[in-house]
Design a protein around this ligand. Structure first.
Ligand code: BGC
Length: 741
């Protein structure tokens, strides 16, 4: 045995040394094999991949979660290929595996990174039980367009919230150590700018100026890299004319050059070959060259690398050193995962699916994700003691599959506890529950059951209307141009309203919907996203006051689709709208038309504000913010400032508030947003209790990327707010000054 063979076997050697030792023994064909991921879904004959595995032509498989098959694939790779390199087994474990958590957008509404981390940990344990060792999550694309179906998979519009939730998920999936049983490699996706697709059409073009890439879209990826994410996935989209999968600026210059990322980059599904469809390359051969030289280490589910890369190296258009660097990055992750020691999965070593911990985590997550948007006259919580009968109406009250949301390949629908079931369990025989589904699904049109719904509403003391979108209406390639409640749901609301009973709408959806057309027709709205397996019990607990809502919007809710993009961190512009410089179309004087209609940035036919701002979410109690203080009026560059407020629970329920800190840099060398979230924390208070909440900011937290692409903090005046939503006006200020030394 030579030294490098010895080093390969030495478990005490670093993953890097072991990878290098292994690389030294590989042929070019075997190296390119490691750069190829192959679809290995169910339904293929058992020996489907055998020959290629034995020849060392496959580095990773995707989409097989049958543990016996996965073990067999590993066995062939490990025992029957020349070098015995184990496989990465990839799967989209997005918001749970068997036990499903709220969609990521719902998890973001918890504003609780530890909830996201625990959800990801549980998902990792369940996925690992099936032989999966690599997930394609978290998705950290900033999403400011609710038409985009993939907003469901995102953490919403805000840089800090997305970065915090994404990093927490990375920690949950990867655990303390990748080598621990139950840890799986994470993948931050889709690098970069995918959320900015034109008009929210999935896969469409994106045009994002460099300062915005750096100040907004890149930052959650950088946070994921800092959290130790093993892999990144490129986006399908065209970024400023160069599709992400062929974009060396983002992959080589920024990701590897500036951020020193040492994990590996995988393409999206067949996105290497799609470079030709984009019009960047002539054929698959050129696509392989462009993607590999741009920095894509592994091709997902395509054969451009396996068919063409070797020839490119032999012809000298790609150096073998470049290939070696890519293969090193892949092998290093395999060593870090401990796959060379433990390539096989023994399900007995891992917790059972949907065990107590999983169900508790799913319930906690759902509970904190629900946002109380409106609660007129404190109609919620309902009291089962004061009601004799409730009408439960709507297509999403008892739809076990739909409440799980998008991207739940392995989710077990039979575990779902629906709101109807949970409500029945909670109220027992004390309250008569009349259930009318009224619509087959959210897209259905008026039907005979509308009469039955009105009849049930008339006979009841209160109505719970379960509305929204079923899961197929959001997710990949499921964008919408109209984000009203689909089908005839608005008509259903109006008819039910005509019964004259209090109406509480519970909305299950994969995106913010435009609710202007029902907002006045209902007394309360609980926005539950797609809440997952334990959505039902969480909703029932909130409706009947066993728990108090504490979710906050991770994304702005527009009044009308035409307001999009509308988000809290917009720029001020030169003509900002305000209550005294806007005119409504109905107020234009027909007989003496004005020439000036306010001259500010607004639409004539809707209000200039959103329906609900980012960060909004009511409680059954009210919180008061008083005595805002900054520790210093002036801080030198490099210094720290403490900003505090007194928070009081003025109601009579114990409750949690998500306290939010925003800043504005008033004058800078590039214009800065009117508000940027800089901190948040959950605070639990008993009735009447007050607490001082303090945030610390270092001046580097106020940095931005300037015209030269460099990070900078500029002295000057800053406004700072602390409140329960982005539209808070509870403000103080401070100034950053040049440091004295
Ligand atoms: C999606 C990715 C996903 C991949 C594998 C693609 O279509 O864009 O997010 O990870 O498929 O399923």
């Amino acid at each position: 045995m030579n030294t490098s063979e010895l080093q390969l076997l030495d478990m005490k050697a670093s993953p890097d040394d072991r990878a290098r030792a292994l690389l030294g023994q590989m042929t070019l064909t075997e190296k390119i094999g490691q750069m190829s991921q192959v679809e290995a879904g169910h339904g293929h004959p058992p020996d489907y991949l055998g020959e290629r595995l034995r020849a060392g032509l496959i580095g990773s498989v995707i989409n097989n979660v049958n543990v016996e098959t996965v073990n067999e694939l590993q066995r062939i790779a490990v025992e029957e290929s020349r070098l015995g390199i184990p496989l990465l087994v990839g799967r989209d474990v997005i918001h749970g595996f068997k036990t499903i958590f709220p969609i990521p957008l719902g998890q973001a509404a918890t504003w609780n990174p530890s909830i996201a981390k625990e959800g990801a940990r549980v998902a990792a344990l369940e996925a690992a039980r099936s032989g999966v060792n690599w997930t394609f999550a978290p998705m950290v694309d900033i999403s400011r367009d609710p038409r985009w179906g993939r907003i469901a998979e995102s953490f919403g519009e805000c840089v800090l919230l997305t970065s915090s939730m994404g990093a927490a998920m990375v920690e949950g999936f990867q655990g303390e150590s990748l080598a621990d049983t139950g840890s799986i490699a994470a993948c931050a996706k889709h690098f970069a700018g995918y959320g900015a697709v034109e008009s929210g059409r999935d896969y469409a073009t994106t045009n994002v100026p460099d300062t915005k890439l750096r100040n907004v879209y890149f930052r959650p990826f950088h946070a994921a890299v800092d959290a130790g994410v093993s892999t990144l996935m490129t986006s399908f989209s065209d970024l400023n004319g160069v599709p992400a999968t062929g974009n060396s600026y983002i992959l080589e210059d920024v990701l590897r050059g500036e951020w020193s990322f040492d994990g590996f980059v995988v393409s999206d599904w067949d996105s290497v070959r799609q470079l030709q469809i984009h019009g960047l390359t002539e054929d698959d051969r050129e696509s392989a060259l462009v993607a590999a030289t741009a920095g894509v280490d592994m091709e997902m589910a395509g054969d451009a690398y396996s068919n063409h890369l070797q020839l490119h190296v032999e012809e000298g258009s790609v150096s073998e050193a470049h290939i070696d660097a890519a293969v090193m990055r892949i092998l290093r992750i395999k060593f870090e995962l401990g796959l060379f020691e433990n390539p096989y999965t023994d399900p007995g070593q891992l917790p059972a699916f949907a065990d107590k911990r999983a169900m508790k985590a799913a319930r906690d997550s759902a509970l904190q994700s629900v946002v109380l948007l409106k609660n007129q006259n404190g109609i919620l919580p309902l009291s089962e003691k004061k009601l004799d009968s409730i009408a439960v109406i709507g297509p999403l009250a008892d739809a076990p599959y739909e409440q799980l949301g998008t991207w739940i390949f392995d989710g077990d629908e039979s575990l779902s506890v629906t709101p109807l079931r949970a409500i029945r369990d909670l109220v027992g025989s004390e309250v008569d529950i009349q259930y009318v589904r009224a619509m087959e699904n959210s897209r259905s049109r008026f039907n005979e059951e509308f009469y039955a719904a009105v009849y049930a509403a008339r006979a009841a003391d209160a109505v719970l209307l379960f509305l929204g979108e079923e899961s197929i209406l959001s997710g990949e390639a499921h964008s919408r141009a109209d984000i009203n409640l689909p089908g005839d749901q608005v008509e259903l609301v109006r008819r039910v309203r005509s019964a004259g009973k209090p109406v509480v709408a519970v909305i299950l959806a994969g995106r913010p919907l435009t609710l202007s057309n029902i907002i006045e027709e209902v007394d309360a709205i609980l926005y539950a996203w797609h809440p997952g397996t334990m959505g039902g019990p969480a909703i029932a607990d909130l409706v009947f006051g066993r728990e108090v809502p504490s979710g906050k919007l991770p994304v702005t809710f527009p009044r009308l689709v035409g307001q999009i993009p509308i988000y809290y961190s917009q720029k001020n512009g030169g003509k900002p709208p305000s209550a005294d410089n806007v005119v409504h179309i109905d107020d234009i004087d027909t007989f003496a038309p004005q020439t000036s209609l306010g001259m500010s940035a607004f639409h004539l036919d809707t209000c200039y504000t959103p329906l609900f701002p980012f960060g909004h979410g009511l409680s059954y109690t009210t919180f008061e913010y008083n005595n805002m203080r900054v520790s210093e009026a002036e801080i030198p560059l490099g210094g720290t400032i403490a900003i505090s407020t007194e928070l009081t629970n003025c109601g009579d329920s114990e409750a949690e508030e998500v306290v939010q800190l925003y800043t504005r840099d008033l004058v800078a060398s590039i214009t800065r947003p009117v508000k940027e979230l800089k901190g948040f924390t959950r605070v639990r208070l008993s009735p009447g209790e007050s607490k001082t909440v303090t945030f610390e900011l270092h001046t580097s937290d106020l940095a931005f990327f300037g015209r030269d692409g460099k990070r900078t903090v500029e002295p000057g005046l800053f406004h700072v707010w602390i409140g329960g939503s982005s539209d808070t006006d509870h403000r103080a200020e401070f100034r950053i000054i040049q440091s004295q030394d």
